[in-house]
Design a protein. Structure first.
Length: 123
């Protein structure tokens, strides 16, 4: 039996590509870490506030505990948010803040989306 071709593993990393020539190529160049719906919601929420607790982030995004935890961890690994854990009395308290790199990446993502929208809408 012949060996099957190796499958290329999908990653969330943004590709380092030159400026694409068309809208479809430009869409591929989007920052995959931010482009995921829940991560975009988390970063957008953090961008408009100084800090947000885990419970607040969960309520504001409408996500489950697991979703907030997994996606916040991915954003933290990318350097886009900072997580601080402490205790309020005997209760654990997790607080998130957008990092400088996260704010910069979010602005670049939004600029990219705006350019893509303009390109698609132009006749």
């Amino acid at each position: 039996m012949a060996a099957s071709p190796a499958r290329r593993r999908r990653t969330d990393e943004s590709p380092a590509a030159a400026a694409p020539a068309d809208a479809s190529a430009e869409a591929v160049a989007l920052d995959r870490v931010i482009h995921e719906r829940m991560r975009l919601a988390i970063l957008s929420t953090l961008a408009s506030r100084e800090a947000v607790t885990f419970a607040e982030l969960k309520a504001l995004t409408g996500a489950t505990d697991g979703n907030v935890s997994v996606h916040a961890r991915r954003l933290e690994e990318a350097g886009y948010l900072e997580c601080r854990k402490s205790f309020a009395g005997r209760m654990p308290r997790t607080e998130y803040r957008i990092s400088h790199a996260g704010r910069k990446a979010l602005h670049a993502y939004l600029d990219h989306m705006e350019a893509l929208i303009r390109q698609v809408r132009e006749p």
